[in-house]
Design a protein around this ligand. Structure first.
Ligand code: XMP
Length: 520
C-alpha cells in the first residue's frame, strides 16, 4: 500500500498547481519552463479516457481542436478532426455563404461516401478519360457517367478504360444504367457503412455502389475498399465526435461585424449565426485577439440572448478578469492565449501577452468558479505541451501542428526537394486583407498603415491528420499513464509541477548523439 502514498520528501519539490503557480508569481511560465512529476500508477496508457465536455451538449472524444485559421480549418480538416473524436473550427476569412456551405459539408458528411465523385459525360472519348487520369494522377479508373442534368447514365468500368479503346465514346463502353447497382440516400439509413457492407457481401464481385436521389441524380459513390478500411477503424479506441442526430460535430468562427457607424451589426450577425444554427453548427467561436473588450462582450451577449442553447466559445484572454467577463456575458468556453502561437508576433509588435502555462493557471481558477471551460490556444509544438496544457484546461487548440496536413487548405509546394504547405497568422497582412482584420481591431481595407501581428510561413507537409493525431494522442495517453490518471479530470487533479533550468531543458531533448531518425 505504501507505493500509492506520496512521500514527504517529494512534496517540497513537486507541487500541485495551487502551490506551484502562486509560488512563481513574479515570472510568466510556458510549456518548456516546467515539467510534470510522475506518480504511482496502475493505469496503462491505452486504458486512459480522453473524453471532454466543453459546454452543455458539446462533448468530444479527444480534447483537441483545429484552429479557426484560413490555412488550417475548412470542411476537410473539420471532417477529419470530428472523425477522430475532436473538433474543427471553420475560419471566417471567407464569405458568409461560403462558410455556411463549409459547415453543411461537415454536417452532411457520410463517412465512406464520396460525395463529389469525378463524373464523366457520355459523349467524351475513352482517350479523354485516360488523359484525365494521367493529368490528375488518379489512382482509380472507374467513373460514374451522368448527363448534363446530373442524372445517372451508367458506369464506366476500369477494365474498358484502356488505350486500345481510346477512340471509342464513353457511351459505347459504359455499363448501362439498368445494370448499375444503386441505392438511395434514404435507403442508406443511419448507418450507411453497415448498409453498404451488407450490400457488398450480398453482391459478389461488385466493388462500387452508387448513391442516387428519387429522380436518379447522382449523389455519391461508396467503394468496397473504403467500407473495409472504415469497418477496421471502427474497432479503434476513439469514436467520431457526433451530435445527437449522429452527424459529425462542427464549429465555426464568427466575426464581430460592424456597420458603417462602427456599431455591432446585430441584424447581419444574427442572420449569419441563424444560418449556421439551421445547418446544425454545434458551437460558434467569437475569435479575436483581445476578448476582454466591450465589443466582444456585446457580441457574446447578442448571441447568448438570441440562441440560449448554442454553445459559445469566446476569446482570447489571459487574465482571470477576462474569463469572468466573458463567462458573465454568456460564453461557455474561453480561449486562453495571447501571443504564444507559432506564427504570432503580438508580443513583439504590441509588447503584450502572457506565457501560456501561467495564463492557463490564472484563467483556469476563474473558469472553475464560473463553471466554464478553458481552451488552451496556441504555442503547442509537441504532445508533451498538450499534456501540460490539459492539466489546466479542458481542450487544446492547435494551428501549426495541423497546417502541414493533407486536410489543411492550400497546395503542397516543393522547395529544394522538400514538400511544404503555407501557414499564416490571421493577423498577418495577407490574412487581414482577406477578412480577419476585425479580429485584430483593424479595417479590412485600412486607410492607415496597420501593424501586422502575425507572419506568413511554411510548414513541412506531414501527411494525414489521422497520422498526426495518432502521435499526439499516443503522447497524451503516455503522459496520463505516468501520472496515474485514468481520465482528464484526474490529470488536472493529480498534476504536480517543477521548474526546469536551461540545462534541464537541454537534457529533455535528444542530446550528445547524432540523430538518425526522429521519434515521429
Ligand atoms: P499555433 O502555435 O498552434 O497557434 O500555430 C495557433 C493560434 O495562434 C493564434 N493566432 C495568432 N496570434 N497573430 C497572433 O498573435 C496571428 O496572426 C495569429 N493567427 C493565429 C490563434 O489563437 C490560433 O489558434
Amino acid at each position: 500500500m505504501a507505493a500509492t502514498r506520496n512521500s514527504i520528501f517529494d512534496d517540497p519539490f513537486y507541487q500541485p498547481a495551487d502551490k506551484f503557480f502562486p509560488a512563481n508569481t513574479k515570472i510568466g511560465l510556458t510549456f518548456d519552463d516546467i515539467t510534470l512529476a510522475t506518480l504511482y500508477s496502475e493505469i496503462l496508457p491505452r486504458d486512459t479516457h480522453l473524453e471532454t465536455t466543453l459546454a452543455d451538449g458539446l462533448h468530444l472524444h479527444i480534447p483537441v481542436i483545429s484552429a479557426d485559421m484560413d490555412t488550417v480549418t475548412e470542411s476537410r480538416m473539420a471532417i477529419a478532426m470530428a472523425l477522430n473524436g475532436g473538433l474543427g473550427l471553420i475560419h471566417y476569412n471567407m464569405s458568409e455563404r461560403q462558410q455556411l456551405s463549409e459547415v453543411s459539408r461537415v454536417k452532411n458528411h457520410v463517412h465512406g461516401l464520396i460525395q463529389e465523385p469525378i463524373q464523366i459525360a457520355p459523349d467524351q472519348l475513352i482517350g479523354d478519360v485516360l488523359a484525365l487520369i494521367e493529368q490528375k494522377k488518379f489512382g482509380f479508373s472507374t467513373f460514374p457517367v451522368v448527363d448534363e442534368k446530373g442524372k445517372l447514365v451508367g458506369l464506366l468500368s476500369g477494365h474498358v478504360v484502356k488505350p486500345r479503346y481510346a477512340a471509342k465514346k464513353v457511351s459505347e463502353a459504359l455499363t448501362p444504367r439498368q445494370q448499375v447497382h444503386t441505392i438511395t440516400k434514404k435507403e442508406l439509413g443511419r448507418d450507411p457503412i453497415a448498409r453498404a457492407d451488407k450490400f457488398f457481401t450480398e453482391h459478389i464481385g461488385i466493388h462500387k455502389l452508387l448513391v442516387v436521389d428519387d429522380d436518379d441524380h447522382l449523389h455519391g459513390l461508396i467503394t468496397m475498399s473504403d467500407v473495409e478500411r472504415i469497418t477496421q477503424e471502427r474497432k479503434a479506441q476513439f469514436k467520431p465526435a457526433r451530435d445527437a442526430h449522429h452527424h459529425l460535430v462542427c464549429g465555426a468562427a464568427v466575426s464581430a461585424t460592424r456597420n458603417a457607424f462602427g456599431e455591432l451589426d446585430r441584424q447581419r450577425i444574427l442572420g449569419h449565426v441563424g444560418g449556421l444554427v439551421e445547418r446544425g453548427v454545434d458551437v460558434v467561436a467569437v475569435s479575436t485577439a483581445h476578448g476582454h473588450t466591450k465589443g466582444v462582450g456585446d457580441m457574446v451577449r447578442v448571441l447568448r440572448d438570441a440562441f440560449p442553447k448554442l454553445p459559445i466559445i469566446a476569446g482570447n484572454v489571459t487574465s482571470a478578469a477576462g474569463v469572468e467577463f466573458l463567462a458573465d456575458c454568456g460564453a461557455d468556453a474561453i480561449k486562453v492565449g495571447q501571443g504564444p502561437g507559432s506564427i504570432c508576433t503580438t508580443r513583439i509588435v504590441a509588447g503584450v501577452g502572457i506565457p501560456q502555462m501561467t495564463a492557463l493557471y490564472v484563467c483556469s481558477r476563474a473558469a472553475a468558479k464560473k463553471k466554464v471551460s478553458i481552451l488552451a490556444d496556441g504555442g503547442i509544438t509537441k504532445s508533451g505541451d498538450i499534456v501540460k496544457a490539459l492539466t489546466l484546461s479542458q481542450a487544446v487548440i492547435c494551428g501549426g501542428i495541423f497546417a502541414g496536413c493533407n486536410e489543411a487548405p492550400g497546395d503542397v509546394v516543393e522547395i529544394s526537394g522538400k514538400l511544404y504547405k503555407q501557414y499564416r497568422g490571421m493577423g498577418s497582412l495577407a490574412a487581414m486583407r482577406t477578412g480577419s482584420a476585425a479580429r485584430y481591431g483593424h479595417d479590412k481595407n485600412p486607410t492607415q498603415k496597420v501593424a501586422a501581428e502575425g507572419i506568413e510561413a511554411l510548414k513541412e507537409a506531414c501527411g494525414s491528420v489521422d497520422r498526426v493525431l495518432a502521435q499526439l494522442i499516443g503522447g497524451i495517453q503516455s503522459g496520463m499513464g505516468y501520472l496515474g490518471a485514468n481520465n482528464l479530470e484526474q490529470l488536472r487533479e493529480k498534476a504536480r509541477y517543477i521548474r526546469v533550468s536551461p540545462a534541464g531543458m537541454r537534457e529533455a531533448a535528444p542530446h550528445d548523439v547524432v540523430e538518425l531518425k526522429t521519434g515521429n
